[in-house]
Design a protein around this ligand. Structure first.
Ligand SMILES: Cc1cc2nc3c(=O)[nH]c(=O)nc-3n(C[C@H](O)[C@H](O)[C@H](O)COP(=O)(O)OP(=O)(O)OC[C@H]3O[C@@H](n4cnc5c(N)ncnc54)[C@H](O)[C@@H]3O)c2cc1C
Length: 201
């Protein structure tokens, strides 16, 4: 790739924020565990579907997302798999503790992801008229969930640097909790403040 020279650097690497942070000598924790969020969309054969969970600019409506463990950092499809990512999750993250602490919730999410009828039952709590024939599986996103080694979900910002000369010149945004897209302008202001303070600019 192209070499870029700079005095200071800020990284915001989402699903890879832990691996990028380790490059400048940061602690491996918190680790990123990928959770896929699947959406459902109306069946286009039945365009009259009247539910409005998340209306899109193109007229589509997305229902969801759920949250199921992804077997790959960029695992947008249910069977996407990466041995490296799985080993990382199982050995280095606190996922096993998280699973034991929230076993029934996790199983329920997996069950709903596998069986549309179970998801519909859940959606009917909000919109009783919805039936399984109204919906289809839609797109998915992968949430970069930061997890500490005790299995706690990190729900606050995590800024880090590293060690040595490079560590003093780099700011890693290791965790930007959701809704980080909606709040991106406010978050960028926060990152600028952190840069000024950290690098004494
Ligand atoms: C299903 C789902 C629904 C969501 N819904 C909402 C919502 O309604 N509202 C909301 O505000 N937020 C929502 N979020 C959360 C939101 O998407 C994230 O909080 C936000 O994107 C985090 O921003 P980020 O910049 O930290 O990471 P990202 O947006 O993931 O950006 C990281 C970037 O770094 C790049 N990158 C990674 N590694 C490297 C590398 N080695 N070299 C170069 N580039 C690299 C990636 O390609 C990516 O472009 C949702 C997330 C999911 C998964």
């Amino acid at each position: 790739g192209e070499e870029v020279q700079c005095q200071y650097a800020v990284t915001c690497a989402g699903l890879y924020s832990d691996r990028i942070s380790e490059l400048s000598g940061c602690n491996p924790n918190p680790r990123i565990v990928p959770f896929r969020g699947d959406y459902l969309v109306p069946d286009s054969r039945f365009p009259f579907l009247g539910v409005h969970f998340t209306p899109r600019m193109d007229g589509n409506i997305w229902l969801g997302p759920n949250a199921v463990l992804a077997f790959k950092r960029e695992g947008y499809r249910p069977f996407d798999f990466s041995a490296r990512d799985i080993m990382d999750i199982m050995i280095k993250s606190g996922l096993i503790k998280l699973v034991f602490q929230n076993f029934s919730y996790g199983v329920n999410e997996m069950y709903k992801a596998c069986f549309l009828s179970a998801t519909v039952k859940h959606l009917q709590k909000f919109i009783p008229e919805i039936t399984i024939s109204d919906i289809l599986r839609g797109p998915a996103g992968v949430r970069a969930q930061a997890l500490d080694k005790d299995g706690n979900l990190i729900d606050d910002f995590v800024f880090d640097g590293g060690v040595g000369d490079i560590g003093n010149r780099i700011l890693h945004v290791r965790n930007a909790p959701s809704p980080a897209a909606t709040s991106s302008l406010a978050i960028s202001g926060m990152i600028v403040d952190e840069v000024q303070q950290r690098f004494k600019l």
